[in-house]
Design a protein. Structure first.
Lengths: 346, 346, 346, 346
């Protein structure tokens, strides 16, 4: 298989850095372009991120001396990964699509465009058919918000096996979710902030599109309701979400756990490079998952579930954890692109 | 009013320390006895808590040289505040009650004894009538678990005005709630632990007794269901709880907020020394309450509520914060004792 | 004594907020003006600091509705406290001094002006004589950097009793020292940053002026050398500094501790409102001082010293802690102003 | 090369867990025995560490079902790695040595035995000759305290090139250095503890033996003095140490940095499996090293140095960081054993 040339839009930000890390030595993709704001354009990447590279491993060798470009649609590549801030991502991504590039984006701007799939590779690979309806030469694919990415994967087998009537979410989100410089330390040191702007709205609508059915007129949202409480906690990486669900059909705790533990999606069947062996790892210890211990399961691409038990008000409750900048952002986009490549779309 | 002589059982622990701090110069009570385990007995208090005094202000002068006694029911006082570990509190408190002492306890052991009130002074002062049914010479009064103390106060006006059908609780609890040495730093540093042993069970049943009606045969639990998710977060003091409620009757957001903001209980009417002016402070900022900013409202005795809004699945959702070792423990017990004193029970 | 009308320049920042808190109900001063950048000018104070008020107690009532003005020298007051960012403080303070105001500043800009005293009220009250040499109608008084404020107070009795040859400082500084938004949480969460821009330079020169002698030509720096290592740690408030000192004369550990414990300055003799009873509190426990436990000694105005012991390389070593935004900033400035008032300078 | 059978004493503790992780698939060693206290003996390893496994990756497969034994000298192996608590390590290690086992220990008990080398493989490989003087059938090798391990490596090239007259150390140590459960979260959350029992004594003497010369009568300590200030900070892994040094000979900053950056020891020459390519990495950024960013350099076996600059009191100052449970404990012991194996001692 010939490698596809790819670029990263917003390469200097927190999610952009993850793309650069995850794409190092990738078997399908070859990073030929890094693009960012005009402030960074023209600088070698190492200089553009000086004092802003926040991953514990150093900048991959391949990227250090690459010269960062501006976000114009004249890059030498076929596909761009989108890690731009939502304040600018919309029109830039559109311009790239119009110019013929595949845009695999982590930004929220096009998530609800009628013909744009809001993809989670294990959950709704069939939504890629929407690409045929996009009028532009290039095509846009988005992935969902970091918080609900892992949650939605756990909801998929529940919806399929038992049906869902309602879902209550309560998140405890890591500081890296706000990017850099993001949350001031004076706000979160030894503290909890019970609010993240716009987050609850996303959590209550995005899973419905991801879990929706591809119909004549686009995606028909999954027919259940979600309520969410989103909180910021002093954790570096890893969003923990407590979930209570009301099912359509009865299930035992064992059936409930089994549905999640045995779930596999197309990325697993295709053995895509970034696909974790098991998308959902169900643990039995009473006090798991925990960010410290479970975050890097499946190289940060698995979702860990624990504390599955009955819920006195709804039917079941459990806790999920997934890595917000890998599974919840850059890793999810890379997996989407791998799926497109494996299907011959690119 | 003559001061009542009081003692503190479990005076060296985290809650015991709060009792000693809150009772300094108290207008109703005079601390004449400090009692703890045999290990501490015979030592001056300052020596007994050496390396274990964890409050930011120093040990109050009055207590420094008091000699700690063992927990035998021969103390020179009329009332004892109970801050013992639940592994030993039960029989000790019973012994004190049998010997004629009032026992105002923060320990969980007697909370569900049929004739023992589970008190929250603003919520169920009428439950004090249960004391008449206690057969012992002395009487036992308990207060509820630290997590649901503040929550229950917010539920009281909702139950009275609109009725409650269901309550969903998600807690983010401070490390001081586990006492000292409590949670190892390696477990909670930059981490979240989605489990606290026994806590969810307490959260799902205690509010129902506190909010229950005094009937012929004791307390009839309030007739609604609670589901809870309890989490430990790296916050020193202050339990934050996200709450979703289903009401019996319709209400507007404004009515909902007003019910809480205007709520006053008997401690406010009697102007008891530890009573906050307003038991519930409703804030309008989008990102409050926060432990860092709101914890000490009403000297740690007020509950702060924020983010009141509609809930797509239930009816309303909001966030509460209260101080777990003041409002949720020692302060609540002191307020209960003040109420008993004001009513002439002691 | 008639109260002096005062204003606060930079009233919306972290240090400005402390001024507003510390000046509430002050017996000498009456806050008649709040000033800040043009962005805030014209707004009620509560609105100007919305989302930026970071003290755990709420905004004092007196300040909530005061209308913030710009930093022009036409304020209705006699003295201004300076809490401006150093990027703008210099010319603004000069303008106020020229217009006849007393300027009692926490900013660094004028600290090394020849005729401007770099004051620590307990250490060098005689430096106030420098004011006579200032040519402007009004006068400027500065206080030192937050990190070395407490350290310098501990060095004063050592210098006086034993003489100093060299001082080695290692700081562990709180995040509030960087103001708001200041240090990004992604930088300091569970981390140490061994660098604070410009801090080591200040730590190595400012104490020498504070401890210097008033001579014909101004202040003659104290004749010893300082080396400093400055670090940022994930602590909210309170700078901890490890100190090793080389003395000119021999001393025993007991003499060394006694010199610090017995030290009192003019603020103590004059019983100034903000003066702690003892400027230096020497503790004997092996593991003190600690920010959590000792920060608020003397209402945040005392410096706590612990672990005094011999040093194998120099002569003695010890640990100091003081509150960086109270003793190290706003509180120090208020104390300086109190001293000026008590001396009849204002 | 045939693999040597090894055991781990104290396999369930924090350092024991690191040994098990680092020895997974090791090219020289085959873990055939895990030993711990009687409480754990007889249980499968996964059960013995239930709730106590604190590494972010899961328990290695090879160890999960191994049955833990007691610490008696009848294990099926040739060498034991020592990770026992110092309260019990001394006689157990002696018993193993007498029974003919090689003991490569991280415990402090035998560090100052006359004939026992206190090893740092890059620094003093020639000290292994001391083994010939040990009278027991088996031999004991120790490594130094976690805090000074990395520091001592940086001192080695300085001592060799320029000579050392004095060293001042100031540590900011991670919580994992105290083992599990170790430091209570109530003590260290958002706090600094300027004391670690026994640590300063170790820091002031151990480097002198490690850097000492092998003489007729054993090791002659290196002839310079060290003073240390040891602090605990809320960091999970990684000890940061600020260092000031006084040299015997003059050096420029460039020479000073070059001496460290170019340093290589015997493990590098022999390309031992755990040897980092460069023992010391000198960084030029103003704000490095930082635990978050630099801890895992060389798979946790490299020491990162930054901020090299002149010191106004001594000669130079710099900051070092190394991983306290890898380079500072288990990894150092494994490297020592690799060196012994490569030299044919085992």
């Amino acid at each position: 298989m010939e490698k596809t040339k790819v670029g990263v839009l917003g390469a200097t930000g927190a999610v952009g850095q993850r793309f650069i890390q995850l794409l190092e030595g990738h078997p399908y993709f070859d990073v030929t372009e890094l693009a960012a704001s005009e402030r960074s354009a023209g600088k070698p990447y190492r200089e553009a991120v000086e004092g802003r590279w926040k991953l514990s491993a150093d900048i991959p060798e391949y990227a250090r001396e690459m010269v960062v470009k501006g976000c114009k649609a004249d890059l030498d590549c076929e596909l761009v990964f989108g890690a731009l801030d939502s304040s600018v991502a919309g029109p830039i991504e559109t311009a790239f699509a119009e110019a013929g590039y595949f845009v695999v984006s982590n930004s929220k701007n096009h998530r609800f465009d009628e013909d744009v799939p809001l993809m989670s590779a294990e959950v709704n690979p069939e939504h890629l058919k929407l690409l045929e309806r996009q009028k532009t030469r290039g095509k846009i694919v988005t992935n969902s918000n970091c918080t609900i990415m892992g949650v939605t994967i756990t909801l998929k087998p529940l919806l399929d096996k038992f049906g869902l009537e309602g879902v209550m979410l309560f998140s405890m989100q890591a500081i890296s979710g706000a990017g850099y410089p993001g949350v001031p330390s004076m706000d979160i040191q030894g503290n909890v902030i019970p609010f993240i702007g716009g987050e609850e709205e996303k959590c209550e609508i995005e899973p419905l599109k991801v879990l929706g059915k591809l119909g004549e007129k686009g995606i028909e949202n999954a027919p259940f309701k979600i309520s969410s409480h989103c909180n910021r906690v002093p954790v570096y990486d890893g969003h923990t979400v407590c979930v209570s669900v009301k099912l359509k059909e009865k299930a035992s705790v064992e059936e409930f756990k089994k549905a999640m533990a045995e779930f596999k999606g197309e990325p697993q069947k295709l053995k895509l490079p970034s696909a974790p062996e098991r998308p959902i790892i169900v643990r039995e210890e009473p006090d798991r998952p925990q960010p410290r211990l479970d975050l890097m399961e499946g190289k940060g691409m698995a979702t860990t579930v624990g504390r599955v038990r009955e819920d006195p008000l709804m039917d079941f409750k459990y806790v999920t954890l997934s890595h917000n900048t890998i599974r919840g952002a850059a890793g999810a986009a890379v997996l989407n692109a791998e799926l497109m490549k494996a299907r011959g779309l690119i």
